[in-house]
Design a protein around this ligand. Structure first.
Ligand SMILES: [Zn+2]
Length: 399
């Protein structure tokens, strides 16, 4: 049996006035996704359990068959896994964003999309000068750095993702709780060091947002997740994604991570290449998971045109070739779904259940209607605990 899972991140949405009351999924021309839904079935699945913030860390873990209530320890530990940073059971890892705070207001969670080289210099200088025993800084892509703590302090802190507090007073959301003082000291030290830093002076001169300080959030211990093979009996898996978070999940699941040339998290990504590589990997692995970030990013920009185009590209260049490839095997199954909705209207992740479509061997057709939110809701197939979807899919919709 060959399995493929295709995730158009954030593709689900609400009806939009710009699209005459249609959602982007309804407006987009998606013959391949429609075929999956019509020859197989579609339904709704809740991928963000109550009490969790909607995001790909929670939602993807859930649809992979792991209950976030049991396994989700934070976003930073997943990114640490992606970068193969070793963590013992007592180590802590924090996301260490470079951000722009001006007059006390959170202006930019990404410090103007600061370059890797600029970020590395700031982080290295901070690591060299700050007095923070037990802490280790790890530079990453652009503003996304990590801070690991291997000391004796235990943390019980509340933190806030900086992208969720745009134009709000930053101070209100500084870490609080047990151990927060240590974190605030690092944040304060970064603000003092970065204020006159050469990198920021140059950035200001060319009209870019400076990195005024670091922002610590998303903390946790390494999650103890059983490997996918042990949990579901599928021998080999492969992850294709442009996003560190999902690379990290793949590492924790015991899957291989396959890169694609020109793959990005935006609409400029190499859709054709990703479709080809995904199809090729089906020869090599029993399960291939292919994730495309572009619809999510377009939604955050409130760019419904690009969102519709991204969905159409995924349909044509990824779902199409993968469907064709799967049919060359005697037994196969395909699942297509966004991890969570991202709403163009609010530019934020939504909490509505995600529409899914699946087809393949022994998946009996339920309702012959094209794939979209409305038809998925009408199909009367709703999986309330999202982590049960994987078992359902692997068994061909026969629980
Ligand atoms: Zn998003």
């Amino acid at each position: 049996m060959k399995y493929a899972i295709i995730i158009p991140d954030g593709a689900a949405d609400e009806p939009l006035p710009e699209l005459d009351g249609k959602t982007p999924l309804e407006a987009a021309h998606t013959p391949n996704m429609d075929r999956v839904a019509m020859e197989g079935r579609q339904g709704l699945v809740r991928t963000v359990p109550e009490g969790f913030e909607s995001g790909s860390d929670v939602a993807t873990m859930c649809l992979l068959g792991y209950d976030p209530k049991v396994y989700h320890t934070g976003r930073a530990p997943l990114e640490a896994a992606a970068r193969n940073i070793p963590l013992s059971a007592t180590d802590w890892v924090f996301r260490c964003n470079l951000v722009t705070v001006a007059d006390g207001i959170m202006k930019d969670h990404s410090a103007g999309g600061i370059t890797d080289a600029e970020a590395a210099r700031l982080i290295h200088d901070l690591a060299r000068t700050v007095n923070a025993p037990g802490f280790e800084f790890y530079t990453g892509v652009s503003y996304r750095n990590l801070l690991v703590y291997r000391g004796g302090q235990d943390f019980a802190v509340t933190t806030k993702p900086p992208h969720e507090i745009p134009d709000e007073r930053a101070e209100k959301y500084l870490p609080r709780g047990t151990g927060a003082a240590l974190l605030r000291e690092i944040i304060e030290a970064s603000a003092a060091l970065f204020e006159k830093h050469e990198i920021n002076q140059t950035r200001l001169q060319v009209g870019r947002n400076p990195a005024t300080q670091v922002w610590l959030w998303g903390q946790g211990h390494a999650p103890a997740m059983p490997k996918f093979k042990e949990r579901f009996g599928v021998t080999s898996g492969c992850m294709i994604t442009g996003v560190d978070l999902l690379r990290g999940l793949a590492v924790l699941l015991g899957w291989q991570v396959q890169e694609v040339e020109g793959m990005t998290s935006f609409h400029d990504t190499n859709y054709v290449g990703q479709g080809q590589v995904t199809a090729d990997m089906i020869d090599k692995y029993d399960l291939v998971f292919s994730h495309i970030e572009a619809p999510d990013e377009a939604s955050h920009q409130a760019d419904w045109k690009t969102k519709v185009a991204a969905i159409e590209h995924i349909d044509q260049y990824v779902v199409g070739p993968v469907l064709e490839k799967l049919q060359t095997f005697p037994e196969w199954r395909l699942l297509v779904m966004p991890d969570h909705p991202t709403n163009v209207g609010t530019r934020k992740h939504g909490y509505a259940p995600a529409p899914f479509a699946m087809a393949g061997t022994r998946v009996r057709s339920l309702l012959r209607a094209p794939y979209n939110e409305r038809n998925a809701a009408a199909a009367d197939l709703k999986i309330e605990h999202g982590h049960e979807l994987m078992e359902y899919f692997l068994r061909g919709g026969n629980l």
